[in-house]
Design a protein around this ligand. Structure first.
Ligand SMILES: [Zn+2]
Ligand SMILES: [Zn+2]
Length: 427
């Protein structure tokens, strides 16, 4: 290990070792004094390519039952002076009318420059105070670090960030992810502010494969469900879906690479706030429920780092208990809806072989390899409003997925059912 390596990786290694200590001690959930908080950690506004003013978006979330929201625009924070064309920005003239109607001309700032009517976008320090309420609603500053390698888009959200981070680039997809993870770790260690990075929509532009993510140090979170209609959570005949990627990551990282587990989030990735229809990227599709002691960035992040949260596209859980010998789920049932819980994991002694997938002409494709069926097995399936799995002792990890009989309203995929994904128990 060279001095150069140490200098470059020390922040990530420090954070990783701190976090590893956390997870082993805190896998059991539902400790007394904890509450569930509903939040979305992936949102776009007019500060990048979203089509609405941030205040309208934040208010939508607050009035729709959320407790926290991270505004995560591409490679920018909502800070500094930013004027946009009143008619030609993505919200358009109608959007401006609605904005003025709701917030009034005393709040909305306009000017005319060279014959163009402009509106100033309010900054995070300005608008958060309109909505934040102790223990009820919190707005987090975030950034979608929007990077790439050759043709592969690589996007990572950083929640509760303090200073903007430039995409770090790199010599491969893996290198790009690691460099950005390291930059976040560096900022976290230097400022002492808790912040988390999660890898976004791996299948967007087929950008990130399981092999790209496997060896990344300090990468703890990814989106198992993203509500944008263009991100292909389910994969296709050639490309692994996000759940398959998750099982490969968990199995290989835990059993072979001795790295920390990766946890799965649900998010919206909302860009469109005017028309609600399946092919638009609307809010309200994917979110996380975090079981934390209070509604602060520090508590939410510490709960997420302990795996005390789940991702969902509609199913609500009352209770999640991970271990040490039993994994239990209690669902908050809805009338007329039935639930199936699958406990998914990989057993010791699994077949570790994998092979690249090739095109019809035999060229290996840059896609997640094909792994054995031993990886990510359904260990048990339980119907009803509660489910329990007793560990047999040979599991490398166990996670749970709850599938509802209820069709997801305004879901981006036809026939999509509401689901929830809880975090792996690592015995
Ligand atoms: Zn993205
Ligand atoms: Zn996004």
């Amino acid at each position: 290990m060279s001095k150069h390596f140490l200098l470059r990786h020390l922040p990530a290694l420090l954070v990783a070792s701190l976090l590893l200590n956390d997870i082993s001690s805190v896998q059991a959930q539902n400790k007394p004094g904890k509450k569930w908080f509903k939040g979305n950690l992936h949102t776009h506004s007019l500060w990048s390519d979203g089509d609405q003013y941030p205040e309208i978006i934040v208010e939508w979330y607050k009035t729709n039952g959320y407790n926290f929201l991270a505004l995560s625009d591409h490679n920018t924070l909502q800070d500094g002076a930013r004027w946009t064309s009143a008619d030609a920005n993505k919200s358009g003239a109608e959007g401006l009318k609605g904005y003025i109607k709701r917030f009034g001309t005393n709040w909305v700032e306009q000017r005319t420059t060279g014959g163009t009517n402009e509106v100033r976008l309010k900054t995070y320090p300005e608008f958060r105070g309109l909505f934040e309420e102790k223990e009820k609603f919190l707005v987090l500053l975030a950034e979608e670090l929007t990077d790439r390698h050759l043709a592969s888009p690589i996007h990572m959200n950083v929640s509760n960030i303090r200073e903007v981070i430039k995409p770090q680039g790199g010599t491969s997809v893996l290198d790009v992810i690691q460099n950005n993870v390291n930059a976040v770790s560096e900022q976290r260690v230097r400022t002492g502010q808790p912040m988390i990075l999660h890898l976004n929509h791996p299948n967007f532009g087929w950008g990130v494969t399981a092999e790209d993510m496997l060896p990344v140090k300090g990468e703890r979170f990814f989106e198992v469900y993203n509500g944008h209609p263009g991100v292909r959570n389910e994969g296709d005949a050639t490309h692994a879906g996000t759940e398959r990627i998750w099982d490969i990551l968990l199995t290989k990282r835990l059993a072979e690479l001795h790295l920390e587990p990766v946890f799965g989030l649900g998010t919206d990735d909302g860009h469109n706030y005017h028309q609600f229809q399946p092919k638009k990227s609307n809010p309200g599709r994917g979110w996380v429920m975090v079981h934390a002691t209070d509604l602060s960035a520090k508590s939410l992040i510490s709960a997420m780092e302990a795996g005390d949260f789940y991702g969902t596209s509609g199913v609500t859980l009352k209770k999640v208990e991970r271990g040490p010998k039993t994994y239990s789920i209690q669902i908050e049932p809805e009338a007329g809806v039935t639930y199936t819980t699958q406990f998914i994991g990989t057993r010791k002694g699994f077949d570790p072989k994998s092979e690249p997938i090739a095109s019809a002409s035999g060229t290996p494709l840059r896609v997640t390899h094909r792994y054995s069926k031993d990886i990510g097995v359904v260990l048990a399936e339980v119907k009803g409003n509660s489910a329990q799995y007793k560990l047999k002792g040979d599991e490398i990890y166990v996670r749970a997925k709850v599938i509802s009989s209820k069709l997801k309203a305004n879901g981006p995929i036809d026939g999509e059912l509401e689901r929830a994904w809880t975090q792996p128990l690592v015995p």
